[in-house]
Design a protein around this ligand. Sequence first.
Ligand SMILES: CC(C)(COP(=O)(O)OP(=O)(O)OC[C@H]1O[C@@H](n2cnc3c(N)ncnc32)[C@H](O)[C@@H]1OP(=O)(O)O)[C@@H](O)C(=O)NCCC(=O)NCCS
Length: 161
Amino acid sequence: MILAGGEAAALLLERREQVDALARVGLGKLDFDIGAELERPYALAWVAREDADVIGFLLGWQVADELHVLDVVVAERARRRGVGRALVDAAMTDAVARSLRVALLEVRRANVAARTLYRAAGFVAVRLRPGYYDDPVDDAVEMAKELAAGALVEFERLIED
Ligand SMILES: CC(C)(COP(=O)(O)OP(=O)(O)OC[C@H]1O[C@@H](n2cnc3c(N)ncnc32)[C@H](O)[C@@H]1OP(=O)(O)O)[C@@H](O)C(=O)NCCC(=O)NCCS
């Protein structure tokens, strides 16, 4: 079951230990504290729940008319069952309902699972940041998905002379 908004945030806080354990495999180099993350007024959360357990979550930031996907993490035991895709799809649906126009994220080039998931969900690679990550060193692939038709083309227009 996928929860969004306040319901998702409440479950993340309530199941903090499970969330910390999940966060250790995700969130790259962010110093993760779910309470602090959720206090940000622009933070958005989606949670996959199975019985009493948090088996996955997606954290995002709403920045102007953009959704920044910070991370998606699914418990190892629950992977390849469509949970990650369901979280991404739920976040995209909510973002459209909020009139956001584009979703953005960055992912390690070596993270084939995540890149494949994002591509399947409609994201396209728009830029490469060589050596962006460390420990281990990796390139960042920036990916974007249009939520409103033409939103990515508008970026192009903004920088035209
Ligand atoms: C990436 C992650 C969230 C995927 O979650 P998931 O619930 O297993 O993903 P889904 O079952 O919804 O998979 C959806 C699609 O993504 C792709 N995919 C998922 N895992 C994959 C893998 N290990 N290898 C290749 N493709 C993969 C497949 O196309 C899959 O569809 P399919 O199962 O029909 O082939 C999960 O592997 C994870 O938590 N990884 C660690 C944290 C992380 O790296 N997060 C991303 C940071 S940017």
